[in-house]
Write a protein that binds this ligand. Structure first.
Ligand code: AMP
Length: 284
């Protein structure tokens, strides 16, 4: 019998939390479900670091734009729970939208303009406000000691680190390395939208980033030149990026010359029906 506890209401979550033995560390892994090996890497890391692991599965309407894939986003709670079974004991928190937003859309929305209105935020206005808001809600509902996020979503990770510091949440934020297909393509729930040919094309996103990284390791320090080379490779493979950015690892401020602090070389590009993102970190 499965020892995965599935909670669907705030009330059940509160009761569950209250009966946890004191001193046990609680780790939260927030997801939107449609789980793949990238998500499972977060759960495994959480299990290494905490006695109690809670995986939240919630497709958050607040972070989708009006013309995005909120309605079509793949949802299959039963199959997600099956994928988590090898990692039990685990607790899943899978609330309905009406549980998270009982009075309709949240009137309180967290804004962090200098970090949310760049990179992916330019093409997805309001997206990171929605992410930041739901993460705050989850921190308050679940009260974790630590929370794990994928480095694949580098902008999201930087924003969550910042809001945790700014709002004094007593939560340790842990970044987990990106899990990739053998081709190098970063795993994503949205890869399901791709045909086999599009998947092959999408693998060039990472290869282009790696070329930038190789140039950097060879001594190139001009952001413009690194980004131009990434753009050239994408163009060779008929990929038109939404953006290619080189930004400070912590503040997400654009960087012109790579000097001392780590930077993120990131991109987003539409491939078929999917909008894909990826990044590498460059450490001078
Ligand atoms: P999502 O369900 O797409 O919102 O993702 C939930 C969490 O899983 C986020 O912290 C993501 O950054 C993380 N994640 C998604 N894909 C990957 C991946 N390929 N490798 C590592 N973490 C990932």
């Amino acid at each position: 019998m499965s020892s995965i506890v599935c909670l669907e209401t705030l009330k059940a979550m509160k009761a569950y939390h209250n009966q946890l033995p004191t001193g046990q560390k609680v780790a939260l892994v927030p997801t939107m479900g449609s789980l793949h090996d990238g998500h499972l890497a977060l759960v495994k890391e959480a299990k290494r670091r905490a006695q109690v692991v809670i995986v939240s599965i919630f497709v958050n309407p607040l972070q989708f734009g009006p013309h995005e894939d909120y309605e079509k986003y793949p949802r299959d709670l039963k199959s997600d729970i099956q994928k988590l079974e090898p990692l039990e004991p685990l607790t899943v928190f899978a609330p309905l939208v009406t549980e998270m937003y009982p009075r309709g859309p949240s009137r309180t929305v967290l804004t962090m303009p200098s970090m949310t209105n760049v990179m992916c935020g330019l093409g997805r206005p309001g997206h990171f406000d929605g992410v930041a808001t739901v993460v705050c809600k989850l921190f308050n509902i679940i009260r974790p000691d630590l929370a794990l996020f994928g480095k694949k979503d580098a902008q999201q990770l930087a924003i969550i680190r910042q809001l945790t510091r700014d709002l004094n949440f007593p939560v340790e934020i842990v970044g987990v390395p990106t899990v990739r297909e053998p081709s190098g393509l970063a795993m994503s729930s949205r890869n399901q939208y791709l045909t086999p040919n599009q998947k092959e094309q999408a693998a060039f996103l990472y290869r282009a980033l790696l070329t930038g990284k190789t140039l950097f390791e060879g001594g190139e320090r001009h952001a413009e030149k690194l980004m131009r080379e990434v753009a050239r490779i994408l163009q060779e493979h008929h990929i038109e990026p939404e953006y290619i950015s080189l930004v400070d690892y912590d503040t997400l401020a654009p960087v012109n010359t790579l000097v001392a602090s780590p930077v993120i070389l990131a991109l987003a590009a539409p491939i078929g029906r999917a909008r894909l993102i990826d990044n590498v970190v460059l450490e001078p």
